[in-house]
Design a protein. Structure first.
Ligand SMILES: NC(=O)c1ccc[n+]([C@@H]2O[C@H](COP(=O)([O-])OP(=O)(O)OC[C@H]3O[C@@H](n4cnc5c(N)ncnc54)[C@H](O)[C@@H]3O)[C@@H](O)[C@H]2O)c1
Length: 362
């Protein structure tokens, strides 16, 4: 007989944020109760929470609290059937000016969550959003310029992207705090048998992203372009990233939960892969075409930790989780531009994260 479906709530830390709100929406649409645990630390995310509660009513249970609040977190975790952990200090820039706070939120908050789960003594799945920054700047990858984009000289790497076997090389305080949290999450699977999974994510984009200069560059570029404002490129703009639409990202997390028995204890690189790789200049050119206007580019110096090239090899995550082919970046960006057109009208200005500083990292 098949096991009864789990009716306990899903806990989404950072559930008012971009990825968290999209995931919460999917579960609530299926009738699941979703606890949204969020300190509303990122300006603008309260609009995502309002959107969720408007759509789903009592199926969304907001807990407005900090991930560093151990007591509140431990209480909340007791009810959960599965946990998705997105709450984080998300900007490399902020981590450079406030490394201790970055560590306390990203590493300390994750440890709080792991300990709250361990205290339960049950196998409650935990899915954690890590980052490609755990692989560092990839200084040994020889690059060549192809038009407006850096590409690896190595044909195999160009074709496949960066795999999970790449050595870890934490860089910047954000890279260190997320990387250390990533290691703890994997080790709690090994040492304590917690069913955990780590997703080392490339750039995710899509609706509900409050993109600004510090984080969320695809949305940020589109917002600036829609407002007719110049875009500042730090470095030469030929940096290449693989971008993934948030619907595909959410599908991967949901698939990981559905297959937790098979994938617990593993880390995956989650991104759009080589077929969804684009340089910053390439994305701006596409945005210009979509919006039918010339976009003014300004430039600034290279920023710490900025990879000239990062494209994930998504073959392992696709195979392990049985994922569909992701939405093509051109289509996804056009869709996001459509969503942002309306959003930009209701949001008068791009709100920066607290303590913004000029050398942001994408
Ligand atoms: N979006 C991307 O491209 C990307 C790429 C790699 C990794 N990630 C990781 O994915 C996760 C989600 O990213 P996102 O783009 O949705 O970011 P986001 O900023 O939209 O969401 C993060 C949420 O966490 C909340 N938060 C911040 N500090 C908190 C605290 N101390 N206590 C409780 N809540 C707090 C914020 O209010 C926000 O709602 C993050 O962990 C991020 O590091 C994102």
């Amino acid at each position: 007989m098949a096991p009864a479906p789990d009716s306990r709530p899903i806990l989404v830390t950072g559930g008012a944020g971009f990825v968290g709100a999209n995931l919460a929406d999917r579960f609530a649409a299926e009738g699941r109760t979703v606890i949204v645990y969020d300190a509303l630390a990122r300006p603008g995310v309260e609009r995502n929470l309002a959107w969720l509660t408007e759509r789903h009513g009592e199926r969304i249970v907001p807990v407005i609290a900090d991930i560093r609040d151990r007591d509140e977190l431990t209480r909340t975790v007791r009810e959960a059937g599965a946990v998705f952990h997105f709450a984080a200090q998300v900007a490399v820039t902020t981590s450079l000016t406030a490394p201790r706070e970055d560590m306390e939120v990203n590493l300390g908050g994750t440890l709080n969550l792991l300990e709250a789960l361990r205290a339960r003594g049950e196998a409650v799945p935990l899915l954690f959003a890590s980052t490609n920054k755990v692989y560092g700047g990839l200084p040994d990858v020889a690059l060549t310029l192809a038009g407006d984009a850096y590409l690896p000289e190595d044909a195999r790497l160009r074709e496949r992207g960066i795999g999970e076997d790449r050595p870890l090389d934490f860089h910047t305080p954000y890279g260190c705090s997320k990387g250390a949290a990533d290691a703890y999450v994997l080790d709690y699977a090994r040492t304590y048998g917690l069913p955990t999974v780590v997703m080392r994510m490339s750039c995710i984009y899509g609706p509900r992203q409050m993109g600004n200069e510090d984080q969320g560059w695809v949305a940020h570029f589109l917002i600036r372009a829609l407002r007719g404002e110049p875009i500042t490129l730090y470095g030469d703009g030929r940096q290449v990233r693989d971008i993934l639409h948030v619907d595909d990202c959410v599908a991967a997390y949901r698939a990981a939960l559905a297959r937790i028995d098979r994938v617990a204890g593993r880390a995956f690189n989650l991104g759009g892969g080589p077929s969804n790789a684009v340089s910053l200049r390439g994305l701006i050119a596409h945005a210009g075409q979509l919006l039918g206007r010339e976009i003014v580019i300004e430039t600034g110096p290279w920023r710490p930790g900025d990879q000239r090239y990062y494209v994930s090899d998504p073959s392992r995550v696709i195979e392990a989780l049985g994922l569909e082919r992701p939405l093509s970046w051109r289509e996804g960006v056009a869709q996001l531009a459509g969503w942002l057109r309306e959003w930009v009208e209701v949001a008068p200005s791009t709100e920066p994260l607290p303590r913004r500083q000029p050398e942001a990292v994408l």
